[in-house]
Design a protein around this ligand. Structure first.
Ligand code: GAP
Length: 407
């Protein structure tokens, strides 16, 4: 790669990382003690963004469907799970000519003789497989059906790097979709489409997404077919999400079966697994929405989040914070009702209006509402659009609807 290009790409990452810190999205883990490689802490707006992403995923793949069962399983699991799942033998990366198992080992129990070696789960998937029978017994689902989980996973990565891209503690959103063996190709295609739809819904730049077929010898030990959805990150085109056909590998190893009451047969279902990392989703979105333009002779940076995932939907300001009549109006007649309606609404009276707009642009707030002296007589407010910088006068009584129509 040419030096100039490399510098430009490093700059893009630097800008994102520093914006994330400056505006309270993401901080380095344990920063005041020199950090801990591969860990990050999420600030107020980062948590909000992450929650919106998770909610969008859960709504599309669990709430809006009839064939999906949500679950939230323990991070600590009996060590035998990892033996049966093949992770003890296979979940490893090459290091100094040897295979280094990247599961994070821990000990569970206190008293002598009661201590057992366990691992922080390296994928949420196994929590679902080991609850397959519980789920079938509790809900009697008919094939095909799925289990869905959002939760933490841990990997002792040899070289954590590239901000949120490769870390040691992260969150996954995973689905295990159980099908009859003969149907696997059909549902593999189906889930490929669903994943693409969702990426578009949350504002990932689809021109930068590429599907890559993972060849024999390159796939995880459990997979007979894998497609990686790769994203053009500034540091290279790399895996964003994966879609795997895990066959009956996991259920077989855990000795779990399914009795089809209608067909009267006992089978081991096969599994299609769409697997997504939340940190990588956040990074891909940030890289997709980060924008710069010129406003008033100055370069401004702004995040063009889709309103459905923006951490803040609207900021409310009194034009001047030392005018009680403006503050009172803005607080009681604008901020409070919008906050009650949308939740993701913040009060911002810090600095002059220009400064507030720059701050909200960097947080990616689609709308800024300002209460000024005209408001007191005509009950209208200024609504400023993040992307165009244009301002409109809107009647206070129409504000809720105005915002609702745009999100
Ligand atoms: N259950 C299948 C599974 O875990 P994977 O390809 O190893 O498959 C799935 O991981 C997703 O989890 C990846 O596509 C990525 O989004 C995320 N992921 C994996 N390792 C990660 C890491 N070290 N840091 C951040 N995200 C990671």
């Amino acid at each position: 790669m040419k030096k100039e290009e490399e510098q430009k790409e490093n700059k893009e990452m630097e800008k994102i990382v520093s914006l994330c810190k400056r505006r309270g999205f993401v901080f380095s883990g344990s920063e005041i003690y020199g950090g801990l490689a591969g860990t990050y802490d999420w600030g107020h707006f980062g948590v909000a963004l992450k929650n919106n992403i998770q909610q969008s995923w859960w709504k599309k793949f669990v709430d809006n469907r009839r064939d999906m069962y949500g679950i939230d399983t323990a991070i600590l699991m009996n060590g035998k799970v990892w033996e049966a799942a093949g992770h003890l033998a296979n979940f490893a990366d090459p290091l100094d000519g040897k295979q280094f198992n990247t599961m994070l080992k821990t000990e569970v129990g206190a008293k002598k003789g009661e201590v057992s070696v366990s691992y922080l789960r390296p994928e949420t998937a196994q929590g679902m497989f080991v609850n397959f029978k519980n789920t079938v017994d509790a809900f009697h689902p008919k094939l095909p059906f799925g289990m869905a989980q959002i939760g933490k996973a841990f990997r002792n990565e040899i070289a954590p790097r590239d901000f949120l891209f490769r870390v040691r503690e992260f969150e996954q959103m995973e689905i295990e979709y159980f099908v009859r063996k003969e149907d696997w190709e059909k549902y593999f295609e189906y889930w490929r489409g669903e994943m693409l739809d969702w990426m578009e819904e949350i504002g990932i730049n689809m021109n930068k997404v590429h599907e890559v077929e993972i060849g024999d010898g390159e796939r995880a030990h459990y997979s007979q077919r894998t497609i990686d959805f790769e994203f053009e990150f500034p540091f290279g085109q790399k895996e964003l999400f994966g879609l795997a056909y895990r066959t009956d590998f996991d259920l077989k190893n855990h000795k779990l079966e399914y009795i089809d009451e209608d067909a009267g047969d006992k089978i081991t279902p096969h599994v299609i697994e769409p697997s997504l990392g939340i940190g990588r989703t956040v990074l891909a979105i940030l890289l997709s929405v980060y924008s710069e333009d010129e406003k008033g002779g100055e370069v401004r940076s702004f995040l063009k989040f889709k309103p459905n995932i923006a951490p803040v939907i609207c900021a409310v300001s009194p034009l001047l914070k030392n005018k009680p009549e403006l503050v009172e109006y803005a607080n009681t007649r604008v901020f409070a009702p919008l906050k009650a309606e949308f939740g993701r609404v913040i009060w911002d009276d810090n600095g002059n209006i220009g400064k507030r707009y720059r701050r909200q642009d960097e947080i990616g707030t689609p709308f800024c509402v300002v209460v000024d002296f005209d408001t007191l007589t005509d009950n209208t407010v200024t609504v400023r659009d993040r992307d165009t910088g244009e301002q409109e006068r809107i009647k206070v009584e129409n504000l809720k609807k105005y915002i609702k129509d745009k999100i």
